[in-house]
Design a protein around this ligand. Sequence first.
Ligand code: HEM
Length: 180
Amino acid sequence: MKGTIFVELVNMAEEAFGEDVVDEVLENADLENGGAFTTVGNYPCSELIKIVVAFSEHSGISAEKLQRMFGHWMMNHFVENYAEFFEGKNDSFSLLEAVDGEIHVEVKKLYPDAELPEFATDRLSDDRLKLTYSSPRPLVEFCHGMVEACLERYDQKAQVDRCPVPHQENATDFDIRLEK
Ligand code: HEM
């Protein structure tokens, strides 16, 4: 995974728990590189999971909740740093529908070694979108946080239900119903 993701996870943890706590937790997390990440590096997703578990154990916040918080954090980071991907997207559904065929395609051109998930979308009605996430990585909670943050970005409220896709590890259907 791209170093940016690790750097931002550490930034989020610093804001949530303070720098001293972050140094201590990373030192004790048994990480391959001792916890020093750069935006230009690439690191295994398993290290990201280790970091999340270490902060979960330290804080008592579940790993699922932390991943979801991180989805919100990352979405805000993308809004600030990749404004061009949001141009012409006037609501959350337009943005979510553009991730697989447009946004992540551009991301892959910028960073050929990026490891990206796959999305399929189905607009069930004006106010209901089915979004299917699949990935070899166990980041569905992170994805859920991104979806929530995307709704917030457009000031839209929705009921978001989730159901694992049978026989496909990590794959999940999101059923997003806008509230009027
Ligand atoms: C709008 C601008 C966006 C940018 C610039 C962007 C970029 C990226 C980048 C750089 C990665 C990391 C790849 C790696 O570490 O190798 C990533 C991963 C990911 N992105 Fe996006 N993304 C965007 C929008 C979204 C949205 C709206 C969603 C949500 C539905 C999404 C879902 C994900 C997920 C779940 C991953 C984690 C990898 C995985 O699960 O396999 N992204 N994205």
